[in-house]
Design a protein. Structure first.
Length: 111
């Protein structure tokens, strides 16, 4: 499930960069299903996602961190804060995740 999550996050990003929203949405549903299955296993599933905080791809790190904010706040925020320093789509996503977290409206893993 962790690999499926990572592969589909990367595939969604590639589709977005090509301007192919339909394919991007297909991959978003797939990584959403993978993360739902992982989170259904509770902390064991969350622990499995932790490895992605060090993934080679920034988009994968950011998406994993966004889902791990409640569970591993310090580690996840560090990944998001580093990514948020850049410009472009992925840094923007990191900025938005941090903003939602600070506002108290973040709800990717309510626990």
């Amino acid at each position: 499930m962790v690999e499926q999550f990572a592969q589909n996050v990367a595939a969604q990003t590639e589709a977005i960069w090509r301007g192919d929203a339909r394919t991007g949405n297909k991959h978003a549903r797939k990584y959403g299903a993978a993360v739902d299955k992982l989170l259904a296993h509770g902390d064991v599933g969350r622990e499995a996602l932790l490895v992605l905080l060090e993934h080679d791809r920034m988009d994968v790190r950011v998406m994993a961190a966004a889902h791990l904010l409640r569970y591993r706040t310090a580690e996840a925020k560090a990944v998001l804060e580093e990514a948020a320093k850049g410009e472009g789509l992925i840094p923007f996503c990191a900025q938005q995740a941090l903003k939602r977290w600070e506002e108290g409206t973040w709800a990717l893993d309510p626990g």
